[in-house]
Write a protein of this length. Structure first.
Length: 286
């Protein structure tokens, strides 16, 4: 249980394939909306402590899980058998929250917020399980990859995905600032023992497949959607996000481009503007 208002607590739940997944929660003394957060590739829920602290000030309860093979959750690091496993883990997590914290059906359905790979996961979750959430917020979603991957690596991953899907390769590590203009963010990220840089052949091919299918899938996204995109994103493609945004089927959608921001807009030097936009949009939901 939460020891004091706004303080992080943690727990575990059983998800697909019997994996035990770790999660954190932040609940203010008085809350009006529940927000479920899905992190990006190689990171974990603990990196969103500051985000959760800021949002609880606005009356949001924040719930964040560590995806399989990430953070303190079970699973092979950087590996997934099927992209659908991610969606089912989120579905089980929301069901666990509904039973444990009455996020729904007794109260308003939660809002889903996904960052980077978590944004890609959240997009497909919102399409497949639209009845379980109220709205969708995407932070620099991985709708396109802005990190160059050598052709030989792409071909190797494609071949190995069929015969040795769990074989992992190390993802490229940046030598300069790509996540935030705040140097502390970059330093803490690269020195975080729970951050990893592994990606299996199957994870890569499943991710690429879902990215390539977005143009045929976004028309089925009918929930209210807020897309927040970093203007100088060197990880996810801002160009892809802007191009694909028009394909979203919802008639309640909004895209905000943050010029000059790096990939992690929730950890940027100008993050307060992002939080204000999130809060204003959520309060306008009907």
């Amino acid at each position: 249980m939460v020891e004091s208002p706004g303080e992080a607590a943690s727990g575990t739940f059983k998800a697909v394939k019997g994996l035990s997944l770790f999660y954190r929660i932040w609940i203010p003394a008085q809350f009006h909306s529940a927000l479920v957060l899905i992190h990006g590739m190689g990171e974990h829920s603990g990196r969103y402590q500051a985000t959760a602290a800021r949002l609880t000030q606005e009356g949001f309860s924040v719930f964040a899980l560590d995806l399989p093979g990430h953070g303190q959750s079970e699973g092979r690091k950087g590996h997934i058998e099927s992209f659908d496993d991610y969606l089912e883990c989120v579905a089980v997590f929301l069901d666990h929250l509904a039973q444990s914290f009455s996020t729904s059906p007794h109260g308003p359905k939660p809002i889903l917020l996904g960052h980077s790979l978590g944004g890609l996961i959240a997009t497909y979750y919102a399409i497949r399980f639209s009845g379980t959430i109220r709205a969708l917020i995407l932070s620099s979603p991985l709708w396109g990859i802005n990190v160059p991957v050598p052709i030989w690596k792409q071909m190797l991953a494609q071949s190995l995905s069929a015969v040795w899907p769990s074989l992992t390769m190390e993802r490229p590590r940046s030598t300069g600032a790509v996540l935030s203009h705040d140097p502390r963010v970059e330093s803490e990220y690269h020195n975080d023992p729970l951050v990893h840089f592994n990606a299996s052949a199957r994870l890569y091919t499943e991710m690429r497949d879902r990215i390539e299918r977005l143009s045929l899938s976004l028309g089925k996204l009918m929930l209210p959607v807020l897309v927040l995109q970093a203007g100088e994103d060197q990880v996810a493609s801002a160009q892809a996000t802007q191009k694909l945004f028009s394909l979203i089927g919802s008639n309640q959608k909004k895209l905000i481009l943050y010029e000059g921001y790096y990939h992690e807009i929730l950890n940027e030097a100008g993050k307060e503007k992002v939080f204000q936009d999130i809060v204003q949009w959520c309060r306008g939901l009907t």
